[in-house]
Design a protein around this ligand. Structure first.
Ligand code: DGL
Length: 269
């Protein structure tokens, strides 16, 4: 048993998709969330910059005495890979649980991925899919406009601007006969209903935020590190840009007030 909080890290607010699921499946856990909102998006940056930023943020989370770090960011998970295992607390990304879910959902073994440019370029999802299901056919598509749209609140299913962008991006899968689409960036589950509607409810959509939270639960169970309390866990949020916008969108998304949001200066990290 371990009553310390779970640390969740994302480059922005997308990691709240994992927090939402953690609140549902592990309501007794305290959560410390770090969103590097002042430097998002990571997905269009080079691997060495992503590593540098991510290391600063995770060092900060470790100083908050978290019992594990869930890297709820497809880009950081893809770029850091095995390096996440070198931290002093258990640290896991989104890839493994997400790819496992995709591999068990597909019937025709044609899997698609939408993610940031850095994630698609890393080939991380493709390599892991090939390892778990060697016969799979895999198509990846970078969708860089999705992150700024989500960060600015344009994620409702009826949002015309985002629908147009989604139609354009998803046309990359025409003729590929995919039956399963990985939402490989934790911002994209906020677009779940919109993408489901644009793809006419025909695809298994794999939510990387949700799958990552399930993976974190499994890790804590395996190591006997779940919290022993019965009360509802608390949440603390740290961001590197204005608190208000984050708290407003976060509330809309989590359905809970984000009462404890602190802005950090990047130079202090
Ligand atoms: N959180 C990132 C991811 O899941 C998307 C945002 C970014 O590009 O930083 O890939």
């Amino acid at each position: 048993m371990d009553n310390r909080p779970i640390g969740v890290f994302d480059s922005g607010l997308g990691g709240l998709t994992a927090v939402r699921e953690l609140r549902r499946i592990l309501p007794g856990e305290d959560i410390v969330f770090f969103g590097d909102t002042g430097r998002v998006p990571y997905g269009s940056r080079s691997p060495h910059i992503i590593k540098e930023y991510a290391t600063q943020c995770m060092d900060f989370l470790e100083k908050q005495d978290v019992k594990m770090i869930l890297v709820a960011c497809g880009t950081v998970s893809s770029v850091l890979g095995e390096e996440m295992k070198k931290r002093t607390v258990p640290c896991m990304g989104v890839l493994e649980s997400t790819v496992k879910a995709a591999v068990s959902a597909t019937k025709n073994k044609n899997i698609g991925l939408i993610a940031t440019a850095a994630t698609v370029a890393s080939g991380s999802y493709e390599k892991l899919t090939a390892k778990l299901l060697p016969e799979a056919k895999f198509t990846g598509k970078a969708c860089p406009l999705f992150v700024p749209l989500v960060e600015n609140g344009y994620f409702a299913a009826g949002c015309e601007v985002t629908r147009l962008v989604a139609k354009d991006y998803l046309s990359a899968f025409e003729g590929k006969d995919i039956d399963t689409l990985i939402l490989g960036c934790t911002h994209y589950p906020l677009l779940y209903n919109l993408i489901d509607s644009v793809t006419e409810h025909k695809l298994n959509l794999i939510d990387s935020g949700k799958e990552a939270a399930l993976g974190a639960k499994a890790l804590l169970e395996e190591r006997d590190m779940l919290s022993g309390t019965r009360k509802i866990g608390g949440m603390k949020f740290f961001v590197t840009d204005k608190e208000e916008g984050f708290a407003k969108l976060g509330k809309e998304f989590l359905g809970e007030e984000l009462s404890d949001v602190t802005r950090l200066e990047i130079e202090e990290l």
